[in-house]
Design a binder for this molecule. Structure first.
Ligand code: ADP
Ligand code: MG
Length: 381
């Protein structure tokens, strides 16, 4: 991938670029908890986005994606507002970098990616983190990975208009080879968690993505904020659902309309599942972790209502396999992927059986792969 991208860059711009690589991610457990100040457990994937970059003589930014062979050129000193175009993600990153005081220079950027787009494996964060890293390095600067993650999130929140939490950008910037990270999305501290040797992480893409996903995502966020506002009189001092315990919610849930109660119950119980999941993995207990994954899926389906028929079917097919400790939808929802923890020596057969059954039932062609957690953003040689 890197070699082809460098060749293409040299043909287009006549100079040798530096190449930044940022991975996509899979979240093992902890969905929609990040923007509630809670806990998540993602791992960086081998699938990644590469941004080749070299300075150019004027103050413009030329952005090319090999995905659609599309190119846009903008003026760094007069960056345009959001246009509803894929380049918004990159322009948003440039806006936020300059706003945070990073001095950028005119840059040619060429982007290529192996992260499936729109599948919930976070091609958008990989794009933001790779291009942010490339822009800072092209200008001769350096950026701390957590600072880079925040820039990417700001770009997506305030420029693209998607009110996502910090998880995707954080893991793309700070991922660890061989480990998932338990991230405290309030303090932004993280610690590695490893999957037992005898278990494999399998991801299956349902190949379904519902149109309204972005709008529904923002609505879920609003419902969580409403829950906090309604609980505040009886739980003074809370600022996010992170501050509400399962017992708090049981005691005061009557103050909430049913829909808001269920949204809050997902977040509050999901936070606890992430912490319990860490304990289970740390004692090598794949079966206990799998049980939490199953509970997480039911909670997303019944309480948070972010799954869909196809993803529910895929999770059910996976969970019905004897070798599967547990499976759940991963990512923002309304389609996308399922992640499963399965006995390692059975992973190949598991993928074949589940994808075949899913294809027979839906007529869709799912894609499955076993993943090995990789590192976060960096320059590639
Ligand atoms: P996800 O992050 O789950 O893949 P999103 O809807 O958040 O899905 O982001 C996908 C969008 O990001 C695409 O529609 C496109 O605008 C942009 N994008 C991601 N990767 C690339 C790429 N390599 N080239 C151009 N645009 C990209
Ligand atoms: Mg995304």
């Amino acid at each position: 991938m890197t070699h082809r991208l460098i060749e293409q860059f040299r043909r287009r711009h006549g100079v040798q670029p530096a190449v930044s690589r940022a991975p996509g991610r899979v979240n093992l457990i902890g969905e929609h908890t990040d923007y509630n100040g809670g806990f998540v457990m993602p791992a960086a994937l081998e699938f990644a986005t590469w941004a080749a970059a070299a300075p150019r003589p004027n103050r413009s930014l030329c952005i090319h994606s090999t995905l659609n062979d599309d190119e846009v050129t903008v003026d760094l000193d007069h960056l345009p507002a959001r246009r509803g175009h894929w380049s918004d993600y990159v322009i948003g990153v440039a806006v936020m970098l300059q706003r945070a005081g990073y001095s950028l220079c005119g840059t040619n950027l060429m982007i290529s990616s192996t992260v499936p787009v729109g599948s919930g494996l976070s091609s958008s964060a990989a794009l933001e983190v790779a291009t942010g890293h490339a822009l800072v390095h092209a200008a001769g600067g350096k950026i701390d990975p957590v600072a880079l993650a925040k820039i990417g999130q700001q770009a997506e929140n305030d420029f693209v208009g998607m009110r996502c939490g910090i998880m995707d950008q954080y893991i793309s910037a700070c991922g660890r080879e061989g480990a998932a990270l338990l991230i405290d999305c309030r303090s932004l501290a993280a610690r590695p968690v490893t999957v037992p040797d005898r278990a494999a992480l399998v991801v299956i893409d349902s190949k379904v993505r519902h149109q309204h996903a972005g709008g529904e995502y923002n609505l879920r966020r609003q419902a969580c904020e409403e829950g906090v506002a309604r609980l505040l009189p009886v739980l003074p001092g809370i600022s996010q659902l992170r501050d509400v315990s399962v017992t708090d919610l049981e005691r005061h849930g009557g103050l909430l309309p049913d829909m808001i109660f269920r949204r809050c119950r997902h977040i509050v119980t999901e936070n606890q599942r992430v912490l319990d999941g860490e304990t289970a993995l740390n004692r090598g207990d794949g079966a206990a972790f799998g049980q939490l994954m199953r509970q997480s899926h039911s909670s997303m389906r019944d309480d948070f209502e972010i799954t869909c028929a196809e993803v529910d079917l895929l999770a059910d097919l996976a969970n019905a396999e004897a070798c599967c400790h547990g499976a759940r939808m991963t990512g923002g929802g309304f389609g996308g992927c399922v992640v499963a923890l399965v006995a390692a020596h059975e992973a190949e057969g598991f993928m074949n059986r589940v994808t075949t059954a899913y294809a027979e039932r839906t007529g869709l062609k799912p894609m499955a792969f076993a993943c090995h957690p990789g590192p976060g953003v960096g320059l590639v040689s």
